[in-house]
Write a protein that binds this ligand. Structure first.
Ligand SMILES: *[C@@H]1O[C@H](CO)[C@@H](O)[C@H](O)[C@H]1NC(C)=O
Length: 378
């Protein structure tokens, strides 16, 4: 009896000790890691999170149709958060590097085609204000890097913003704004300087690839450090979806692949045969976008498929499909490489950095809180 009680006490102590150590790592707001805080700046909703002692700040602008809340996993403290695979991967890598992260909503919050895009006239002044005031919100030390990262319409804004506000670096995803050489000319006449710029794009979109080339030529001619990361299409293996999304189980992943194969969507090497907007995708799309149909599938895969919210899972599946097609999607896989390249002002070979830092599996990325930035503030 006594031995059993003593053993139980020891177990309890161990759990308390372990629990104590786990909860010791909290973000600057004192909340569990990957819980965002919210702030409104110039009428724009901003989601942000910081280690207790951030050493940099990454400010993210989403592509059309998306939101700042896409970047954190759904939790009781963020019911609107969607943790989309590529967006969440950016936050995990930035926090692991000791950066604070902020993701801004575009002013336009309408849904449907052309909605939720960033536009210069709606957003430039507000984002510039956020760039100036966010460092204070997250207690960023003076001189620490402030990096802009935008996808598509958000990237177009990110690449042009240095003409009105100083930043240390810019990441532009699947975009190359026209008129960048005019912006550079204005910058030479004014006081602003273009910081190092990194283009991450999907060269299967050949039209965009040639725009990226002319942007890069213009920047090189103006002696700006510039580089690119080219992201190719993917084939759909059985673990394709579960390797990207933390809320898609291997069972669901294999089932999705099986259905795609049966619906004739994959070629002999398991690449997507036709563009995901094509009519041949209708059957698959109605499975994924109809909460009722997808709910049934999810329920049949319990208990391995833990996330049962069909709307949320459907969005994750579609993002994975667009990544596989490889034309125009947010790319969050290279944030560590991008931040390191910007920190050294473009003085390292980007392809080596990509090789060194490419996560083996996006869905298993965790936030590394061993760095000094995560030591609690005393
Ligand atoms: C976690 O971060 C620490 C400190 O920055 C680093 O030394 C360590 O290698 C990192 N661990 C992993 C698994 O990346």
């Amino acid at each position: 009896m006594r031995t059993a009680a003593a053993a139980l006490a020891a177990v309890t102590l161990l759990l308390v000790g372990f629990g104590g150590r786990v909860t010791a790592t909290v973000n600057a707001a004192g909340k569990p890691v990957l819980t965002p805080s919210r702030v409104k700046i110039a009428g724009h909703d901003i989601y942000f999170e910081s280690p207790p002692r951030p050493s940099g700040l990454l400010i993210i602008m989403h592509k059309c149709g998306r939101s700042g809340s896409d970047h954190w996993p759904r939790s009781k403290s963020c019911l609107e958060c969607e943790g989309l695979p590529q967006s969440l991967a950016k936050v995990k890598q930035a926090l692991s590097r000791g950066y604070a992260v902020a993701a801004i909503n575009s002013k336009d919050r309408s849904t449907g085609g052309g909605g939720r895009c960033f536009a210069w006239k709606n957003d430039a002044a507000a984002v510039a204000e956020a760039v100036r005031s966010l460092p204070k919100w997250v207690k960023l030390p003076p001189g620490a890097p402030v990096v802009l990262d935008g996808a598509s319409s958000g990237g177009s804004l990110a690449l042009r913003l240095p003409s009105i506000v100083a930043v240390s670096g810019v990441i532009g995803e699947v975009i190359a704004p026209p008129g960048l050489s005019d912006t550079l000319r204005q910058m030479r006449e004014g006081r602003m300087r273009m910081p190092p710029a990194l283009y991450i794009h999907m060269p299967r979109d050949t039209n965009m690839a040639s725009k990226v080339k002319s942007n890069m030529d213009a920047l090189k001619a103006a002696n700006v450090a510039v580089a690119q990361i080219r992201v190719d299409r993917r084939s759909i293996g059985s673990a394709y979806f579960s390797d990207l999304s933390p809320i898609i189980s291997p069972r669901l992943s294999a089932e999705l692949k099986r259905k795609m194969r049966a619906m004739g969507l994959l070629d002999s090497k398991a690449f997507l045969k036709v563009e995901p907007s094509n009519v041949v995708w209708n059957a698959f799309r109605s499975l994924v976008s109809s909460p009722k149909a997808l709910s049934q599938l999810l329920a049949s895969l319990k208990p391995q498929q833990r996330e049962q919210n069909a709307v949320l899972v459907g969005k994750h599946i579609l993002e994975c499909i667009h990544t596989a097609w490889g034309h125009h999607e947010t790319i969050g896989e290279h944030t560590t490489a991008a931040l390191e390249w910007l920190e050294v002002k473009g003085k390292r070979d980007i392809s080596r950095l990509v090789q060194r830092h490419r996560p083996a599996r996006l869905s298993s990325l965790t936030v590394n809180t061993s760095g000094p930035q995560w030591r609690p503030r005393s």
